[in-house]
Design a protein around this ligand. Structure first.
Ligand code: NAG
Length: 321
């Protein structure tokens, strides 16, 4: 499938000659919080846009083989985050998506990243009207109302790695004095990051700042779930690239809803000039937001799922270079 996507992609010839980027700075991280949940569509400034780049690179690295993550030798993505120490890797890319946990010294943060999956397969799975849903496991997610339900596949996958990832995160908080935990992921990995962000919030001390940056994220649960993310994980964003269909599935008609905040790249150029933040949970009324721009999967472009995200970053198995 990846070979097919690569062959289809007009971008493929471009990405293979992109020069190594300079390490990205996240001095602008605070700037991004000003765009969380705007009251109307907000065009981001260039520094707000470039603030996403380190999280894109961390999400991209989640696709890379564990042995090159351990030494932080995954090419451009690893080079963009100098000094990062990956302390736990796992998954097999099949039954369990690859993941890693590590320490980011310049941010005094623990980072948890989950791999995504084949976007064509994911789209097919999430357009199936027979999707099964379930409540969150009350051992892992104590105190969550039974009104909350999520996609069973996402919940089951998150549960498989939840405890080992939490233990490693707690260990790094203790040994490094980390004060922030950052959950990142693209595609299926974005859904897992969103669930992990809630799980971390419920299981870590309240003085630990939990934030999450996701890319090409599908809907994970119902409106009660979305409201729970909004209240428990306010420092969350999901960035959608142009005509990517993954953010519009599973459909709202099946009872799914996104949490705040959508950040939408509204053109297919890689010059980073057109990125907006959208108000509300599932903005269906503003022309620049995903639902109006991508009303159905037929009018979408699955290749946009891979990028380019700001900084001309592509995310997927073939981009561990
Ligand atoms: C909930 O999670 C706990 C801890 O991982 C596990 O022991 C238990 O079997 C799970 N319950 C269900 C119903 O899956």
């Amino acid at each position: 499938m990846w070979v097919l996507l690569a062959a289809l992609s007009p971008l493929w010839s471009v990405v293979s000659v992109v020069a190594s980027p300079a390490p990205v700075s996240i001095a602008a991280r605070d700037a991004i919080t000003s765009v969380l949940d705007p009251s109307s569509v907000l065009t981001l400034t260039s520094s707000e846009i470039s603030a996403f780049e380190p999280y894109e690179q961390l999400a991209r690295a989640a696709y890379c083989a564990s042995d090159i993550i351990t030494g932080w030798q995954c090419g451009e993505a690893c080079a963009a985050i100098p000094g990062f120490e990956a302390t736990l890797t796992g998954g097999d890319g099949d039954a369990i998506q690859l993941y890693y946990v590590g320490y980011w010294p310049s941010q005094n943060a623990v980072v948890v990243a989950h791999q995504g999956t084949d976007p064509t397969q994911l789209l097919s799975d999430l357009t199936d009207v027979d999707i099964t849903t379930e409540n969150l496991n009350s051992t892992l997610f104590p105190g969550v109302s039974s009104d909350v339900w999520v996609h069973s596949g996402f919940a089951d996958e998150q549960a498989q790695t939840a405890e080992i990832i939490l233990a490693e995160t707690q260990s790094l908080i203790a040994s490094k004095g980390a004060t922030t935990v950052i959950l990142v992921g693209h595609s299926l990995g974005g859904a897992l990051a969103q669930l992990d962000a809630l799980y971390m919030t419920l299981n870590l001390p309240s003085d630990i700042h939990v934030m999450s940056r996701t890319f090409g994220t599908p809907r994970v649960g119902n409106p009660a779930y979305a409201d729970l993310i909004d209240s428990m994980v306010p420092d969350f964003t999901r960035m959608n690239n142009y005509l990517d269909p993954i953010p519009i599935v599973p459909g709202r008609f099946l009872g799914f809803q996104h949490p705040e905040t959508e950040v939408h790249i509204v053109s297919d150029s890689s010059d980073d000039s057109d990125v907006v933040a959208c108000p509300g949970n599932d903005d269906a009324t503003d022309a620049q937001c995903t639902i109006m721009m991508v009303p159905n999967v037929v009018d979408a472009d699955i290749l946009d799922h891979l990028g380019p995200y700001p900084g001309d970053v592509y995310i997927g198995t073939i981009y561990c270079t």
